[in-house]
Design a protein around this ligand. Structure first.
Ligand SMILES: Cc1cc2nc3c(=O)[nH]c(=O)nc-3n(C[C@H](O)[C@H](O)[C@H](O)COP(=O)(O)OP(=O)(O)OC[C@H]3O[C@@H](n4cnc5c(N)ncnc54)[C@H](O)[C@@H]3O)c2cc1C
Length: 452
């Protein structure tokens, strides 16, 4: 296999991964997800990706597309062996047209580089998922990633105008393009967005951009209780102020991350909102004043940190700090209907307590997207098992409240088969029919997402 693949991409670009090779895992390793690739290929062009897929398809070998490996659900892990196809060498910026607000980049370009290129040209690429230094734009499209600013600007897919992808049995195709309006067909590019490598390998992405907002103003609103905090989120939504971000932090997370906060956390704060408004300087100012007027009567305190960037850097650090509280954590990115956020958070805490574990939560409050987290001692098998039991009940709770098992990290390996619990049977069957249409042999990232 490696000789044949070497003839396609050059033998120096075919690796035989050792057991502990990073290509055998992703960021779900701490949840016990591991695989063993038969080979890792690093194609240098979209054409070479097509040749690799063609060879694999002809020889009934599984193909696992891999971006930056920052996924949290084992999506890029070769859990059933096969060929890991890493896009890391596809790094070209194919087109950049600031005057038309768009760029085309290859799949292996890092998210941060896309953001930087846009910024350097007076534009703005809005999606801001947390691992942007390492994640790739292809991986972001494949998982339809989002971050705090998805509240106003939407997730990655919102900004994809077109895709170049290799489809089975090894054909390079373009789906969508540069047109600003095109309603002619089924929206095939959107079928690939969020498909987690199960329908094709994305080789390049055409992105729409925005003129950069002139100003952004961040506010931190401290509230006494979870109930008051969740009500404040609903009040902001009802007010009509279009916040670009409206994240929440519960009391447990606040206590853990207090040291890094660029200000002072009031002692009676039991919940906090991180909000941002943007636009022209005047618009941002007017919106932030409206938020202060709305929230001040019920708040313990409202702070306006000097720089929005500093605040989001603090926010980006939560994951690591919370992990450090007990040495490890088990976390899921469920979405609750925003009007049932308070109820969902309270019941999640109750579930963890029943299992004898500490929990905490933070997330994108305006969208009801919760990082529901159980803190565990990594040396305790009992706690790890109990945490998985908590997660099981969390998913059941989420579905019963009308929510979704994932708002950011995708389904991957860890949540495979769970879509059946939240969708009607016909919707699941349609997904399976689509999978068969794109991948009749079932070789593209097998065992992930839909697998029952
Ligand atoms: C610290 C941290 C913070 C994070 N924060 C966020 C966040 O705020 N929001 C969020 O949404 N996610 C977040 N994530 C999860 C992760 O970063 C995203 O899912 C990201 O989009 C994955 O991109 P990647 O390039 O690393 O893809 P990988 O992990 O390599 O792959 C993810 C999935 O996409 C598929 N895939 C990758 N590239 C391609 C391609 N070119 N063609 C087809 N399929 C492909 C893989 O097969 C796999 O199923 C975070 C992860 C970490 C570790």
């Amino acid at each position: 296999m490696r000789d044949a693949l070497g003839r396609l991409v050059g033998s120096e670009h075919v690796l035989e991964p050792a057991h502990d090779s990073p290509y055998n895992s992703d960021c779900a390793r701490r949840r016990g997800v591991d695989g063993r690739a038969d080979a890792v290929v690093l194609p240098g062009s979209a054409r070479e990706v097509a040749e690799v897929v063609r060879w694999c398809y002809a020889h009934d070998v599984a193909i696992v597309p891999r971006g930056g490996g920052t996924g949290l659900t084992g999506g890029a892990v070769p859990t059933q062996g096969g060929v890991v196809c890493s896009l890391e060498r596809l790094r070209a910026v194919r087109a950049l047209a600031p005057e038309l607000w768009r760029m085309e980049v290859e799949a292996g370009v890092s998210t941060r580089h896309v953001q930087r290129l846009a910024r350097e040209n007076g534009l703005f690429f809005a999606p801001d998922p947390g691992a942007s230094e390492v994640s790739q734009i292809g991986g972001n499209v494949a998982t339809n990633a989002g971050g705090p600013h998805a509240l106003k600007y939407g997730v990655t897919g919102h900004w994809v105008m077109g895709l170049e992808a290799v489809l089975a049995p090894g054909e390079l195709v373009e789906l969508g393009g540069w047109l600003r309006k095109d309603v002619a067909g089924y929206d095939l590019k959107s079928v690939l967005i969020g498909s987690e490598g199960t329908l094709g390998v994305i080789t390049a992405v055409r992105l729409g951009l925005l003129p950069a907002p002139e100003a952004a103003i961040a506010l931190v609103v401290f509230l006494r209780t979870r109930a008051e905090g969740c009500q404040a989120i609903l009040d902001v939504l009802a007010s009509g102020v279009r916040a670009s971000a409206l994240d929440f932090i519960d009391a447990q997370v606040l206590a853990a991350v207090a040291g890094g906060y660029p200000g002072t956390i009031p002692p009676d704060a039991g919940f906090a909102l991180l909000s941002e408004v943007d636009g022209t300087r005047a618009e941002a100012q007017a919106q932030s004043e409206a938020l202060v007027e709305l929230l001040a009567p019920g708040a313990v305190a409202i702070e306006q940190p000097a720089g929005a960037r500093e605040l989001w850097r603090w926010r980006d650090g939560f994951n690591g700090v919370v992990t450090g509280v007990r040495g490890a954590k088990v976390s899921e990115d469920v979405v609750l209907p925003v009007e049932r956020l308070a109820e969902g958070l309270e019941r999640f805490e109750g579930i963890a307590q029943r299992h004898g574990l500490r929990s905490c939560a933070w997330g994108h409050g305006g969208e009801g997207n919760v990082h529901a987290t159980v803190l565990v001692d990594p040396a305790s098998e009992r706690e790890l098992d109990e945490a998985e039991a908590v997660v099981e009940e969390l998913f059941a709770l989420t579905v019963s409240l009308g929510g979704s098992i994932t708002g950011e990290h995708g389904v991957g390996w860890l949540k495979r088969g769970r879509l059946a619990s939240q969708w009607p049977a016909r919707a699941v069957a349609l997904h399976e029919e689509l999978k068969r249409a794109f991948d009749p042999k079932g070789l593209l990232n097998p065992g992930k997402k839909l697998a029952r």
